[in-house]
Design a protein around this ligand. Sequence first.
Ligand code: FUB
Length: 339
Amino acid sequence: MTQTFKPTINNMKTTTLCSLCLAATLLASCTGKPTTQATSGNPILDGWYADPEAIVYDDTYWIFPTWSDVYENQVFFDCFSSKDLVTWTKHASILDTAEVRWAKRAMWAPSVIRKDGHYYLFFGANDVHPGEVGGIGVARADRPEGPYKDLLGRPLIGEVINGAQPIDQFVFRDDDGTFYMYYGGWGHCNVVRLNDDFTSLLPFDDGTTYKEVTPENYVEGPFMLKRNGRYYFMWSEGSWGGPDYCVAYAIADSPLGPFQRIGKILEQDPEVATSAGHHSVIHVPGSDDYYMVYHRRPLGDNARDHRVTCIDRMTFDEKGFIKPVKITFEGVKAHEIKK
Ligand code: FUB
């Protein structure tokens, strides 16, 4: 790995905040008060990481991001774990192109899920175009931090169907045990059903295998959340290389939509960062607390691959609509998972 995280002017603000946090911590230990760091700060991961998928396994938070770099250097995935959202531990190279023989470059946007004691990591590889080898693959491990093994030895989806580039998959388990996978770049989103061991796709009741569910303005990065029986479908809009990248959402009564766009819930803030998008959501078990984990670009830094992973609170109004997320340098307070 040749690229390292370098503080920029805006990250320096974070660094300053972190220094204040550290000073507060030292002072607290002198005075006998609790010594935990006050907030996570943003970014939460050290290095250029994008497309973060966050998930809770038991009492631990996990983040599985893309290494943000030129495509030829995107040949591995790292992941990160935390007990409190504030302190994160890196688990290096949990899957790479040496293991996935058909993947050469552009390993992107993991989506992870646990099933029957196994941990599955779905990923995109090769930035595939028609006629090329690549697309969405799946790997399996016995522990969240891997090592993951390629399950199929080939992509699970390697074709462009309904105009959707096979990237940016998100796997969603509905309450009835059905596993849906939403995916797609190039402005088109499909949903498919996964079979029991995630080795193939199951046709829907009407005999079709791929259903296009593209909402207005959709570009990529789909995510699904179920809350109080309603399906919150979210996605990224704009160009990920530009400052206007953002996240919007819809609410539906079915996992198959229709997904009527309601509005933006994450975007740049001229005082904080640009290009805020490609997110996921943490729901803390046993609570009504939600956190959005997303990437953004430091202010004044226009380099395409300089994307950092951040976390901020996501809240709902009394009618169940998502309130726009305020992106911050402070991040979130420590929050342990109570079982
Ligand atoms: O990180 C590579 C690509 O950038 C992702 O697949 C897109 O969603 C965008 O974030």
